[in-house]
Design a protein around this ligand. Structure first.
Ligand SMILES: Nc1nc2c(ncn2[C@@H]2O[C@H](COP(=O)(O)OP(=O)(O)O)[C@@H](O)[C@H]2O)c(=O)[nH]1
Ligand SMILES: [Mg+2]
Length: 397
């Protein structure tokens, strides 16, 4: 607070609430997770560092996760670093893998612990506004692997999540390269199904105006394609393919926001965070209901699956009811007893009667040693696999 501030503000009395504290009845504050994805060398790690220092300058330090096991120089400090959990070089040695296999396996191993990681993140979620996630240098290791999908889904179903797709602007000035990059971005958009920001990085080297123009006006893109053909005098097949592609991508372009930044100079940070805010709102309105619905569906499916497995187990256990057993209840020693048996035990009021065999069963349960000997006497041929199993167990006991 500056000295020049009017005294009336002071009269309002001291408040212990921080501006970011939720008001009573207000939903609790949620940070936004920014997944930084992009081709190798597009500048993800440099951008992470820039975002980190920008947020620190705004007094809003972020929480940072590094998922790149192979990064050698990290210009920022991560709160959670995959390198603290797995050593990808050791993984390469142990599993006889090359660098990419090593990185992928390291990520897979890390994913097995990701529920714990998410636990840490959730614990800190109320105290930060931004959670930044750096991903492996090679994009496909994250975007086309099971563990990348598991991590993305786990984060996105827990907190508002947006994808920042980083593009190396100086290297996408050729129309065909631009189109390949956009197609890749499109595939990631549809795979992650999360709000998407195209981040044209390295604008200190090449401004991204050309890209905005191409996205806005497909004729401008066509002209660029034609101009390139005139220069090289070849590629009519490629050009007509790219020409029709850009029509297909029109729908995709309308679904996302594009910003130009320079991770090197810090240019475009304000626009970037405005895009993040807009994308976060989009997550709340469009994506969260869908994610909740899918999670609900998954839960219902698991529940139904569990029930059908349990039903099958019950059926399997009762399958030999006709076979004689020591208790006369069939070969199933654990219950539940077959329905017919149970009905015998009910009196007219439907109340359960004292079961005369119950006592015998309990007595038998306590005599473990005797049971083992008994089990030895059972002929597996006669009683099926189930008894073979219990016999072996009893022997081992
Ligand atoms: N000129 C310029 N170079 C950049 C910028 N961002 C990243 N770089 C450079 O691009 C290279 C790759 O960056 P890095 O962050 O390691 O890429 P990553 O593989 O996507 O993590 C490095 O040499 C960076 O210095 C930028 O905004 N401008
Ligand atoms: Mg990197």
């Amino acid at each position: 607070m500056s000295d020049a501030e009017p005294a009336t503000n002071v009269e309002a009395g001291p408040s212990t609430a921080k501006p970011s504290d939720p008001m009573p009845g207000e939903a609790k504050k949620e940070p936004v997770v920014i997944l930084v994805i992009g081709m190798a060398g597009s500048g993800k790690t440099t951008l992470m560092q820039r975002l980190n220092s920008y947020l620190h300058s705004k007094d809003m330090p972020p929480y940072i996760l590094n998922l790149d096991p192979a990064v050698t120089h990290m210009p920022y400090t991560a709160n959670i670093d995959i390198r603290d959990t797995v050593d990808y070089k050791e993984v390469m040695k142990q599993y006889n893998l090359g660098p990419n296999g090593g990185i992928l396996t390291a990520l897979n191993l890390f994913t097995t612990k990701f529920d714990q990681v998410l636990g840490f993140v959730e614990k800190r979620a109320e105290t930060v506004d931004h959670i930044l996630v750096d991903t492996p240098g090679q994009i496909e290791i994250f975007t086309w692997s099971a563990s990348g999908a598991i991590i993305t889904d786990a984060i996105a179903s827990s907190l508002p999540t947006v994808v920042a797709y980083v593009i190396d602007t100086p290297r996408t000035t050729a129309p065909a390269t631009f189109m390949s990059n956009m197609l890749y971005a499109c595939s990631i958009l549809y795979k992650t199904r999360l709000p998407f920001i195209l981040v044209f990085n390295k604008t200190d080297v090449t401004p991204h105006d050309f890209a905005l123009e191409w996205m806005d006006d497909f004729q401008a893109y066509q002209r660029a394609l034609d101009a390139e053909r005139d220069e090289s005098g070849e590629g009519s097949y490629m050009n007509s393919l790219m020409g029709s592609m850009c029509l297909v991508l029109e729908e995709f372009y309308t679904n996302l926001r594009a910003v130009g930044v320079s991770a090197m100079t810090g240019q475009g940070m304000k626009a970037f965070f405005e895009a993040v805010e807009a994308a976060k709102k989009e997550y709340e309105t469009d994506y969260r209901p869908e994610i909740t619905r899918l999670a609900e569906e998954r839960r219902a499916r698991t529940e139904a699956n569990k029930k059908s497995q349990l039903d099958r187990l019950m059926r399997d256990m009762n399958v030999d009811d006709a076979a004689p057993s020591r208790t006369g209840r069939g070969s199933n020693p654990f219950g539940p007893y077959p329905r017919a048996d149970r009905e015998e035990l009910l009196d007219e009021d439907g109340e359960e009667q004292e079961d005369p065999e119950e006592e015998e069963r309990r007595a038998r349960e306590t005599e473990d040693m005797e049971e083992a000997e008994l089990a030895d006497d059972v002929d597996p041929q006669e009683h099926g696999e189930f008894w073979v199993f219990t016999t072996d167990q009893a022997k081992g006991a």
